[in-house]
Design a protein around this ligand. Structure first.
Ligand SMILES: [Zn+2]
Length: 318
């Protein structure tokens, strides 16, 4: 058995040619049809992430997934109450819940603590006379972030705020909150000198009070690839934003989006995906779950739609 997997692994290396720099730079993932022998529940969770139309208004109490592959037919039910602290649980939680901070707390623990120390040292170093400085509301859940996006007050669907890795500094003078002013640049200089990233440097969308512990979402995914699961749901949105920016020749404002798409490509390329709707009538089979994968027939069913199973591939820009 082990030998079979080793062989399968070796073959995979042969089937998937090395990624060229041009392909990686375009970071354009397309799902190309591909037959599989087996698929894991974790791989199915990623497919669901991309295809599920779940919104913040709807979080089901549980997730039932069924699959049929060369290891047989199996079903798994995940629910928030019974989740163990496993890697898989993070993905399920990402699908069922919207508290990103809570979900990834364990994984990001050290990172969050480190940022918290930076926040303390920023306040210790930046205390201008006649001003009062304090952190504004520091973390937000995804539902709130999405409301901000809808209201046009934030540009990113997921922000480092969601992971408690960003903070907003409020500066007050005579008890009045200052929205702008050179005093924020001074704060930004000090923040950068201690290793933070300052929102005033954000190309296109400067955010003077904002500080964060990592350069951008791409860096977060590079350090913690599993977090890419949260960003993956917005992959198409990021791609549309970037394409729009490129056609308006404003892409220099979207370097972070570019970086993000690149990291998402790196962690997903050669992994299973759901392609376009299946055209042929799928093999008749009975199941009663919203998610079902029929691997030998090469399709997956996600919330009422059939898709062909495929593999994420990188396409060079046309
Ligand atoms: Zn902020």
């Amino acid at each position: 058995m082990v030998r079979f997997f080793l062989l399968a692994f070796a073959c995979m290396g042969l089937w998937f040619p090395a990624i060229s720099q041009a392909e990686l730079d375009s970071a354009r993932l397309i799902c190309g049809p591909q037959m599989y022998q087996q698929i894991s529940f974790e791989e199915l969770l990623w497919i669901i992430r991309h295809k599920s139309r779940q919104s913040t208004d709807f979080s089901p109490p549980e997730l039932r997934i069924e699959k049929l592959d060369n290891s047989g037919r199996s079903q798994k039910t995940f629910s928030l109450d019974t989740l163990q602290k496993t890697r898989e649980a993070h993905f399920v939680n990402g699908l069922l819940g919207f508290d990103l901070n809570q979900n990834w707390k364990g994984l990001l623990d050290v990172e969050v603590q480190q940022f918290s120390r930076l926040k303390d040292s920023l306040l210790a170093k930046f205390h201008p006379k006649a001003y009062r400085v304090r952190y504004l509301q520091e973390e937000r859940d995804l539902a709130k972030q999405l409301r901000l996006v809808a209201a046009g007050r934030s540009k990113t669907a997921i922000s480092l705020h969601n992971f408690d890795l960003a903070a907003d500094v409020g500066i007050y003078r005579k008890r009045r909150y200052l929205r702008r002013g050179m005093i924020y640049n001074k704060m930004g200089e000090i923040a950068k000198s201690i290793g933070m990233y300052w929102g005033g440097d954000f190309a296109g969308f400067p955010d003077l009070g904002h500080v964060q512990g990592l350069k951008n979402g791409a860096e977060l995914i590079r350090k913690f690839p599993d977090i890419g699961f949260e960003y993956a749901r917005f992959m198409q949105v990021y791609r549309q934003n970037l394409d729009a920016a490129e056609s308006e020749q404003k892409e220099e404002n979207f370097q972070d989006t570019k970086d993000l798409l690149k990291e998402l490509a790196v962690i997903q390329v050669n992994k299973p995906c759901a392609c376009q709707y299946a055209i042929s009538i799928p093999t008749p089979i009975v199941w009663d779950t919203p998610f079902f994968a029929h691997v030998p027939a090469g399709w997956v069913f996600v919330e009422g739609y059939f898709y062909r199973l495929g593999t994420w591939q990188l396409a060079t820009k046309k």
